[in-house]
Design a binder for this molecule. Structure first.
Ligand code: FES
Length: 152
């Protein structure tokens, strides 16, 4: 009997009735209707699809369900919402850290992962963490300000 493939998403255990080779991003967006993580490049290069996997920033477009079997995945929706935002989400709102918003979820998740590992990052630490999260609008200064605010 095959082992059941399961994962936890935003605290809820799921057993996807799908091939273990299914990419994580469409599973999150299409099956679970979690549209925080965005499809940008599909190649692991832009950061729009960033989620937390066991509290580490990871690119959902290049992971399969097999890669996250038995692990905890957190999407933007798992952090908080407009009524009760996570401190990182609140900082991005306060600092206007988004323009079109397409990269925003990935930026927030990457900053969240950074702060989980390093609660007091330097500006260089923030820049390094966000180095591969692309923003086409040019909201980088506001994004850095949001990350500084979130770090306190
Ligand atoms: Fe995953 Fe660009 S869509 S890194």
């Amino acid at each position: 009997m095959p082992e059941v493939l399961w994962l936890r998403v935003n605290g809820i255990r799921h057993e996807p009735p799908l091939s273990a080779a299914t990419p994580l991003l469409p599973y999150l967006r299409n099956d679970l209707r979690l549209n925080g993580p965005k499809y940008g490049c599909g190649l692991g290069s832009c950061g729009a699809c960033t989620v937390l996997v066991d509290d580490v920033a990871a690119r959902a477009c290049v992971l399969t369900l097999a890669d996250v079997a038995g692990r905890s995945v957190v999407t933007l929706e798992g952090l908080g919402d407009i009524e009760a935002p996570d401190p990182v989400q609140a900082a991005f709102i306060a600092a206007s850290g988004g323009q079109c918003g397409y990269c925003l979820s990935g930026m927030v998740m990457t900053v969240k992962a950074l702060l989980l590992q390093n609660p007091s990052p330097s500006d260089d630490d923030v820049r390094e963490a966000l180095r591969y999260n692309l923003c086409r609008c040019g909201a980088h200064l506001e994004i850095l300000a949001a990350a500084r605010l979130a770090a306190g």
